[in-house]
Design a protein around this ligand. Structure first.
Ligand SMILES: CC(C)(COP(=O)(O)OP(=O)(O)OC[C@H]1O[C@@H](n2cnc3c(N)ncnc32)[C@H](O)[C@@H]1OP(=O)(O)O)[C@@H](O)C(=O)NCCC(=O)NCCS
Length: 118
């Protein structure tokens, strides 16, 4: 399976939640940013919106000083939609994984075919 290293983040003290680990909302924002980068790179669409992430599983805690790297794989091209798998890893293993879908839209926000799918 071909996978692409998309982006890397450093967990800092400002990112920590009350439980003492990386706050879930922060890592979800990192997932969506990495997903967007991957979707734009793969589709070459002008405008994409996030339509869905399936179940997001947090497998293990991320702590201050950990470097989280996101890898995307298994790209699937629909008419206007693009779906992929994405996971975050720290040294030693997977910390989270999910599946994302973006949709290409026009200026009014309506779905439009991906480049090459018109
Ligand atoms: C994404 C959006 C444009 C889709 O509009 P829609 O009227 O439901 O679109 P359609 O039913 O015509 O479907 C268009 C494509 O989206 C896919 N899609 C729509 N809802 C989906 C869902 N819940 N899960 C997976 N794919 C979905 C369809 O399968 C279709 O794919 P295809 O063209 O490859 O066959 C609309 O739901 C939207 O604007 N959502 C808000 C997006 C947003 O603000 N995101 C957060 C910030 S980026």
């Amino acid at each position: 399976m071909t996978e692409t290293l998309v982006s890397t983040y450093l967990c800092m003290t400002k990112d920590i939640g009350l439980g003492g680990n990386l706050f879930g909302g922060v890592i979800m924002s990192w997932i969506d940013e990495a997903g967007a980068i991957y979707a734009y790179n793969q589709t070459k669409a002008e405008r994409l919106v996030t339509v869905k992430y399936t179940e997001i599983v947090f497998e293990r805690p991320v702590r201050v000083g950990d470097i989280v790297t996101f890898y995307a794989s298994n790209p699937r091209f629909g008419r206007s939609s693009f779906t992929f798998d994405i996971e975050g890893r720290v040294e030693g293993g997977v910390v989270c994984h999910t599946k994302g879908t973006f949709v290409a839209v026009d200026e009014s926000g309506k779905p439009t075919p991906l480049p090459g799918k018109a």
